[in-house]
Ligand binder design. Structure first.
Ligand code: 7JM
Ligand code: MG
Length: 217
């Protein structure tokens, strides 16, 4: 069977990055995806400009990521978390989950990041009982465009958000998530901020949207 692109990214990291050094791991993924094979990691521009500032501002104790992919943003987020904080990251594709677990372990953040393999629809309702979550301080949405609004409503229905919980959504311009944007901007429960950027490793316009939950009004 052909080796998957994600396995080539993993190989490149294992051969070129420094074990236990999260920055070296994400730098090598950026280098591979910029010069050898494009891949849908969130990328260094969005992370440097926005994600790191939003995460550090919120200083989450418990964070959730929807869409682990190869673990690139999980490693970046883990690096920004305070001691004792944890990140749960959900990945539907078992091949990607397997690659992500190895990249997370190589980066040395396996005690901070837990990869939950399966669908967000199945896992989100179990976060409280099975994963000892009370409410989430930070949620990074980076999975499938048609799941952003459904999963946002599911987080609300499962009482997983509290006043001040921060949602940060990738790709709201390209590929574009119009139903999610309209929901968070006009339902009355979120304060929204848009952060223009570019699709990773390309010049194409994109943006991140931050939506701060105001409560179950
Ligand atoms: C695949 C693609 N092609 C051209 C331009 C952008 C994308 C793209 C970029 C991303 O950051 C994505 N993140 C999560 N899930 C996606 O499907 C996804 C797709
Ligand atoms: Mg993305």
């Amino acid at each position: 069977m052909d080796e998957l692109k994600e396995q080539r990214i993993l190989e490149f990291v294992l051969q070129n990055a420094v074990r236990g050094d999260p920055q070296s791991v994400v730098d090598n993924i950026d280098q591979y995806c910029r010069h050898k094979e494009w891949a849908m990691n969130v990328g260094d521009e969005k992370e440097r400009q926005t994600m790191c500032r939003v995460v550090e501002e919120r200083a989450p104790s418990i964070a959730l990521e929807l869409g682990t992919y190869c673990g690139y943003s999980a490693v970046r987020i883990a690096k920004l978390l305070k001691p004792g904080a944890r990140l749960l990251t959900i990945e539907m594709n078992p091949d990607n989950a397997a690659v992500a677990k190895q990249i997370i372990e190589f980066a040395g953040v396996q005690n901070t990041v837990q990869v939950l393999e399966g669908s967000s629809a199945d896992i989100i309702p179990n976060l409280k009982e099975k994963y000892q979550v009370d409410t989430l301080d930070f949620v990074f949405l980076d999975h499938w465009k048609d799941r952003y609004i459904v999963d946002t409503k599911l987080l609300e229905e499962c009482c997983l958000l509290r006043t001040g919980s921060v949602l940060l959504a990738d790709n709201v311009v390209y590929p574009g998530i119009p139903d999610f944007l309209e929901y968070v901007r006009f339902c009355g429960r979120y304060d929204c901020t848009n952060y223009p950027s570019h699709v990773q490793y390309m010049n194409k316009e994109d943006a991140l949207e931050k939506a701060v939950f105001k409560g179950y009004i």
